[in-house]
Design a protein around this ligand. Structure first.
Ligand code: NAD
Ligand code: ZN
Length: 352
C-alpha cells in the first residue's frame, strides 16, 4: 500500500521511518501521547519500540461516554502539568474517540498546537482520522462541539488491528461498505464478498476507503454540499446510536450506521430512487454481517426526535443523503416522519 501525498498533510502506511523523520524534523519542545487503556496496552509498546523519542503520556478512560468536556478538561490539565507550549506535538494514538477529542484539545490549547493522528481501530483508519473533523459530545448530542482542522499527518499501522475485537473490526467495516454504496459498485462487491478478513484484504480496503474519503473531503472540506454524501446511513444511524447510547451493551457506531443504511435504502426505494432488487441486496448483505444486540430502541418518536437534531438539516426539514443505485448517491433529500416510521417498521421486521 502506497502512502497518499496531499497538499496539506500526508497519510502514511506502515512507515515508522517517515514518522521518526517527521518528529525529528519538527523540532518539537515536547511530545505528548494521548492514549486510552486499550491503545496503551496493545499499541503503545510497538510505538515506543519503533520511535527514538520520549513521550509524556496522557491516558484517558476509553468509551464514547468519555468523549466529553470533562475529559477534555483533564487533557488540558495534563498538558499544563507537562508544561506543554506552542511548540509541543500531540500524538493521538487510539480510535475515533482519541482522535476526535485529542485533536479537539490540541487545536484549542494555546489557540492550537500541532497534532498527528495514529488511528488504531479500523473505523478511525478508514474514516475519522481523515477529513479534519474534530470534536466532543455535549448535552447528550454527538460531536456537537468541535472544529474542522487537519492534522500535520496521519500515520496508519494496520498491525494495530491484530488486537482489535472482531465486533469493533466489523463496526469499521460498516464505513467501508458505505464507501462502496455511495461511490463504487466494484468496491462494494469486493468488500461484501469475503467471509474472513485477511490482513492483505484489510490493507486494500483501508487504502481504497481513504482514497474515496479524501477525494470527497478535498472537494468540499467544510461540508457545504458534496461531502454530505459521506453521511449516507448516518441520519437514521446516528439517531439509533444516540437512542441506544445509555443502554447496557449498546450499539457501536458502525453497527448503528449499518442499520441506518438499511433504513435509508428503504426510504430511497419508497421514493422510487432505488430499485427493489438493490434494496433487498443491501438489506440481506448487511444483516448477514452483523450480530446485533437484542432489544434495540427503534421507536419512531425517539428516533425521529434525534433525526431532527441532525447537523445536515435546514429550516427544521430533515435532509438525508440517499443512494440512487449502488455506487451513486444524492444529498439534501428531504425525508419526513412517515417515511422514517415506515423504514423503522421494515428494519424491526428484518431484525426479528
Ligand atoms: N471525525 C470524524 O470524521 C469521525 C468519523 C466517524 C466517526 N467518528 C467518531 O469516532 C468515534 C468512534 O471511533 P472508534 O470506533 O474507533 O471508537 P473508540 O475510539 O471508542 O474505539 C473502540 C474501542 O476499541 C479500543 N481500541 C482501540 N484500538 C485498539 C486496538 N488496536 N486493539 C484493541 N482495542 C483497541 C478502544 O479503547 C475502544 O474501547 C465516535 O466518537 C465517532 O463520533 C468521527
Ligand atoms: Zn460514521
Amino acid at each position: 500500500v502506497e502512502s497518499i501525498k496531499c497538499q496539506e498533510y500526508s497519510i502514511f502506511f506502515n512507515d515508522w521511518d517517515s514518522l521518526n523523520g517527521f518528529i525529528s524534523e519538527g523540532n518539537y519542545s515536547s511530545l505528548m501521547l494521548i492514549v486510552d487503556e486499550n491503545s496503551r496496552k496493545h499499541c503503545m509498546p510497538d510505538l515506543l519500540q519503533n520511535l527514538n523519542h520520549d513521550f509524556l503520556i496522557i491516558e484517558i478512560a476509553s468509551s464514547e461516554k468519555n468523549k466529553s468536556l470533562e475529559t477534555s478538561k483533564s487533557i488540558w490539565q495534563k498538558m499544563v502539568e507537562h508544561r506543554a507550549d506552542r511548540n509541543s506535538l500531540c500524538v493521538n494514538l487510539g480510535g475515533g474517540v482519541i482522535g476526535d477529542m485529542g485533536g479537539f484539545c490540541a487545536s484549542s490549547f494555546m489557540r492550537g498546537i500541532d497534532f498527528i493522528q495514529m488511528p488504531t481501530t479500523l473505523l478511525s483508519m478508514v474514516d475519522s482520522s481523515i477529513g479534519g473533523k474534530l470534536g466532543i459530545d455535549f448535552n447528550g448530542l454527538k460531536n456537537l462541539v468541535g472544529f474542522f482542522k487537519d492534522p500535520k499527518g496521519v500515520f496508519i499501522f494496520s498491525n494495530f488491528l491484530k488486537s482489535l475485537p472482531h465486533r469493533e473490526l466489523m463496526s469499521g467495516m460498516a464505513e467501508v461498505y458505505k464507501y462502496g454504496l455511495i461511490k463504487d459498485l466494484d468496491f462494494w462487491n469486493a468488500a461484501i464478498a469475503p467471509n474472513t478478513l485477511s490482513a492483505d484484504l484489510l490493507d486494500s480496503f483501508i487504502s481504497r476507503s481513504i482514497q474515496i474519503k479524501k477525494e470527497i473531503t478535498d472537494q468540499d472540506p467544510l461540508e457545504k454540499g458534496l461531502r454530505k454524501i459521506l453521511n449516507f446511513g448516518h441520519t437514521i444511524g446516528h439517531a439509533i446510536e444516540t437512542a441506544n447510547l445509555e443502554k447496557e451493551g449498546h450499539l457501536l457506531h458502525g453497527e448503528a450506521v449499518a442499520l441506518g443504511m438499511i433504513a435509508e435504502s428503504y426510504i430511497a426505494n419508497a421514493k422510487r430512487m432505488l430499485s427493489e432488487q438493490e434494496l433487498k441486496m443491501i438489506t440481506d448483505s448487511l444483516l448477514s454481517k452483523y450480530d446485533f444486540p437484542e432489544h434495540i430502541i427503534l421507536e419512531t418518536e425517539i428516533i425521529y426526535g434525534f433525526c431532527l437534531n441532525d447537523k445536515k438539516n435546514r429550516n427544521h426539514r430533515i435532509l438525508a443523503s440517499l443512494i440512487t443505485k449502488i455506487g451513486k448517491s444524492e444529498y439534501n433529500v428531504e425525508i419526513n416522519k412517515q417515511e422514517i416510521e415506515d423504514a423503522l417498521f421494515y428494519l424491526n421486521n428484518k431484525l426479528k
